[in-house]
Design a protein around this ligand. Structure first.
Ligand SMILES: [Cu+2]
Length: 488
């Protein structure tokens, strides 16, 4: 534990990523936040492993043999060094989701980086310009629906919030090694033109997902052997919630507590207090909670799926452990809306100078998803000039919601003419139009895609690029890209 003098009060800054196995022993992983910048590094070895998800052990692909992968922690302004060693039987990359990164380090195969081949190594070296809650994951094929993801937490050297403890929560849906592999799941979807009508969610305006996953996880643990986060009554805790799932939007609540939301996708927002948050794939929310005394269910309801992920927040040794199906009144209380969220003045982007429309569509096949009628093989491209701000109107003409993610930038959502939150991933419901303002401040050729992994693999992948399109067969960095090395 370290103490730092801030605004006339001692602030305790402790960071805890508690895995279920460690929590069961009363131990925690993670390191104390410090005021002194230190070089950060962590080798990621992508490799097959057997992992325990609670009562169930599965064979999957991991970073360093654990799910989630190790927590990578840095301070804004630092340079992070992460050698990737590929011990998988397939090409892979690491994408640093939400980071305004050097494009050569973005892990976007076919855009700005060659994938790393089996047995090879690639050194990711990049600066993290902005504090906040991020994560990393493979960006090759269906690999993110295996165990290839982990948290990336960037501390603010001038953290304005005061709190006693941090808890990082990674949400995931899991099928690998239980109902085949994610590639099997994609093949099943590609062979079907019908959507499963049981997967409906009122808050997402229709069918919410492509499939039922057998398990829903918090920090790699299923509800039958949940992660336990240990704290103390009266502590003010900063939760950092990351939705790393492939196909599951979650509604998150903590039994008996309100949540004061402070950050959207890493960036600050004007604090707003709610009972629950809806979090799409690729989104992150930070919220503060003053904990009561007891043992409380932390629940992530899988929207449309009649299932949940579950963990326990314990501040009392004596309190009975809540049941995994415990009723949590907050789930049906006031849910966070984008309309509730405002970026503070310092984080507002310049007004846009022009408007571009991107239509989200579904082909009559029912299993191909388009951006401006185009599929990933011949992608839509939004062209920008360095320094301009453009407004992108996301017009969802398809019958499903989509969490759209832009690489390399954080945009500002324009909510009913008001200056909404800074985000890099935004949910658009069926038949909804939503405006995002993008400041073109990071030249490169960037992915712009649906973060439903299966929609991405069924075509919903476009580009945002600076200046004229790159020549075919080259990447933004000018590397020759031989046809045989294409990943899809
Ligand atoms: Cu989608």
């Amino acid at each position: 534990m370290t103490y730092a003098w801030r605004s006339g009060a001692y602030v305790t800054r402790r960071r805890l990523l508690v895995t279920g196995a460690f929590a069961a022993m009363g131990a925690v992983t993670g390191s104390a936040g410090t005021a002194v910048a230190q070089p950060r590094g962590m080798t990621l070895r992508a490799r097959p492993a057997k992992v325990s998800l609670g009562r169930r052990t599965v064979s999957t692909w991991t970073y360093n043999g654990v799910v989630p992968g190790p927590s990578i922690e840095a301070t804004a302004g630092e340079t992070v060094r992460v050698p990737l060693i590929n011990a998988l039987p397939a090409n892979t990359t690491v994408h640093w989701h939400g980071i305004r990164i050097d494009p050569r380090m973005d892990g976007a195969p076919g855009f700005s980086q060659e994938p790393t081949r089996p047995g090879e190594r690639f050194d990711y070296v990049f600066r993290v310009p902005d504090p906040g809650t991020y994560f990393y994951h493979s960006h090759v094929g269906t690999q993110p629906d295996r165990g290839l993801y982990g948290p990336l937490i960037v501390a603010d050297p001038r953290e304005p919030l005061s709190y006693d403890q941090e808890i990082t929560v990674l949400l995931d849906d899991w099928l690998d090694g239980i109902s085949g592999t994610p590639d099997d799941a994609l093949r099943r979807l590609n062979a079907s033109t019908q959507h499963d009508d049981t997967l409906r969610s009122a808050v997402l305006g229709g069918v919410a997902a492509e499939m039922h996953h057998p398990l829903y996880l918090i920090n790699g643990r299923a509800p039958d052997a949940p992660a336990t986060f240990h704290s103390a009554p009266g502590r003010r805790v900063r939760f950092r919630v990351i939705n790393a799932a492939a196909d599951t939007p979650f509604r998150v609540a903590l039994g008996g507590h309100e949540l004061t939301v402070t950050h959207t996708d890493g960036f600050p927002c004007k604090p707003v207090t709610v009972d629950s948050i809806l979090i799409g794939m690729g989104e992150r929310y930070d919220f503060l909670v003053r904990l009561g005394s007891g043992a409380f269910p932390l629940v992530a309801l899988a929207e449309g799926k009649r299932a949940r992920a579950f963990a326990v927040v314990r501040t009392s040794r004596r309190a009975a452990t809540p049941a995994k199906d415990a009723k949590v009144a907050q789930l049906t209380g006031r849910m966070l809306n984008y309309e509730d969220l405002r970026a503070p003045r310092a984080d507002q982007l310049p007004r846009p100078s022009r408007v571009v429309t991107v239509r989200l569509g579904m082909r009559p096949s029912g299993n191909e998803w388009t951006l401006n009628d185009r599929l990933a093989a011949d992608p839509m491209r939004v062209q920008v000039d360095r320094g301009e701000t453009i407004r992108i109107v996301l017009d969802n003409e398809s019958p499903m919601w989509h969490p759209m993610h832009l690489h390399g930038h954080t945009f500002q959502v324009n909510v009913n003419g008001l200056r909404g939150p800074r985000k890099d991933t935004v949910n658009i419901k069926p038949r909804e139009r939503l405006e995002i303002d993008v400041l073109a401040d990071n030249p490169g050729e960037w992915m712009f895609h649906c973060h439903n992994l299966y929609h991405q693999e069924q075509g919903m992948m476009g580009a945002l690029g600076y200046g004229p399109p790159p020549r075919r067969g080259t990447t933004h960095t000018g590397m020759h890209r031989p046809a045989h090395k294409r990943t899809h």
